[in-house]
Design a protein around this ligand. Structure first.
Ligand SMILES: [Zn+2]
Length: 249
């Protein structure tokens, strides 16, 4: 996700500049496209592409010969670790921000009205506990496959995914861990907020009666209906508006 494949030409071009900073930015090309894959045996998997890519800012270093090695101390990549306990704490923080929890209740209820699929609950942390205790599901990290279901094509990329049904004991969410460059404290401070929001996002997918219910397109329709003039391109953007401080959206 965070590794961007570069051609040798691009790498050569980049090394002729001096990096002055990095930032993480949502990729609108990707995040606008909700994906719902239909797979054999009636299973579906909801994959969320709240993609983030790294943009590197450069200044041109004047007067430096190409033969001079630049940036001999390259910044290292540091992954911010995550487990279920940490995710739970970050999601609680997310839900306490502004009108986040109240907005989510309205969003789920609107999606329920529009889709005809009643909610399992609008209590996100209650659902999180339910998912955590699923014998064949749970809270997963950095998984591209669905445990116990090799028939479902592997998924990769994006911020996370959600799948499964409570009565079958296989409801699960997966969150991909994020990294930042060692010389970019701003990237480090943003990641906990991204984790909290992503956890909430994936649990909302499992808020319909029985489990997997509202897909990204349905939630975007619900978000748009709640805020016809809202400044967002999809429901994840609306969720961020209500649940994250502006500097971390
Ligand atoms: Zn999603």
């Amino acid at each position: 996700m965070l590794g961007i494949a570069l051609t040798p030409e691009v790498i050569r071009l980049m090394t002729s500049f001096t990096a002055v900073g990095y930032e993480l930015r949502d990729d609108p090309k990707v995040s606008k496209k909700p994906k719902l894959k239909d797979v054999p045996r009636g299973y579906g998997v909801q994959i969320s592409f709240g993609a983030t890519e790294i943009w590197t800012k450069f200044i041109i270093a004047p007067g430096i010969q190409r033969t001079v090695e630049q940036n001999p101390q390259k910044p290292s990549t540091i992954t911010v670790p995550l487990d279920a306990e940490r995710l739970e704490a970050l999601m609680n923080d997310t839900l306490k921000y502004s009108d986040c929890a109240e907005y989510i209740t309205r969003l789920i209820n609107r999606a329920a009205e529009q889709t005809g699929k009643p909610p399992e609950s609008t209590n996100i942390m209650g659902l999180f506990e339910k998912i955590k205790s699923q014998p064949k599901g749970g809270i997963l990290f950095d998984r591209n496959d669905i445990p116990g279901h090799p028939e479902i094509p592997p998924v990769a990329g994006g911020g996370g995914w959600a799948w499964g049904w409570y009565p079958q004991g296989n409801a699960m969410i997966n969150i991909y861990t994020l990294s930042y460059f060692s010389d970019n404290p701003r990237g480090a401070s943003r990641i906990p907020y991204a984790y909290g929001e992503r956890g909430v996002h994936e649990v909302i997918h499992l808020s319909a009666k029985g489990g997997l219910g509202y897909n990204d397109a349905e939630l975007t329709k619900a978000a748009r209906s709640l805020e016809p003039d809202g400044s967002f391109v999809d429901w994840d953007g609306a969720l961020k508006n209500h649940c994250m401080p502006p500097q971390f959206r």
